[in-house]
Design a protein around this ligand. Sequence first.
Ligand code: SAM
Length: 217
Amino acid sequence: MYEREREELVERLVRWGYLSKQDIIDAFKKVPRHEFIPENIRDYSYADQPLSIGHRQTISAPSMIAIMLESLDIKTEQKVLEVGTGSGYNAALIAEVVRQKGGVFSIERVDELAEFGRANLKRTGYGWVQVVVRDGTCGYEKEAPWDRILVTACAPELPKPLVEQMKIGGKLGAPVGQHYMFQTWVIAEKRDKGELKIEERGGCSFVPLVGKYGWET
Ligand code: SAM
């Protein structure tokens, strides 16, 4: 289902310059985005726009997801933490690139969304991705350190525990800025001795990261 629509979306994302890395292109071609979208709006699955997944949350637009994954430079066999499972779509794309040998953990704070994401991942063959319910601003110490950390909701600054849980040489991608506006997509790389190299990669718009090291509500 929707195979032609998916193919056309990927072609557009490549043509517009959002997608260039072959393993990420292949993941976009393979993962059925419509399986992660609520049934009543499934026909919009392959439009380049964010869509509501309930609980005042969204699945990001495909072009934004392409920016996140390409800028974070996710590679096979890396161990990746995602903060903000939502529909599970991002986690499935990451899983397609890193494969089971690496490991993908995804944290969600809303119980019902974690359930939704988990069910979508299982139905599409990514049941090995571990979805955990907790405050993702505190990271997931038990499985740290991480090669890559992807944050899909916006905090006023990079949450300290996430920075602490990065591997040396690891990267963290996150939107940083204000509530719903004036946000920047940031890539932080942890260098030797633990210092961070920060790169700003353009404007973006995400829902708030709510938690101890994020926003209060
Ligand atoms: N990555 C998701 C996808 O593929 O559908 C979309 C994520 S949505 C833009 C942001 C998600 O972050 C929401 O599901 C929201 O509930 C979650 N979130 C917000 N604050 C959080 C926190 N402190 N810990 C974990 N999840 C959080």
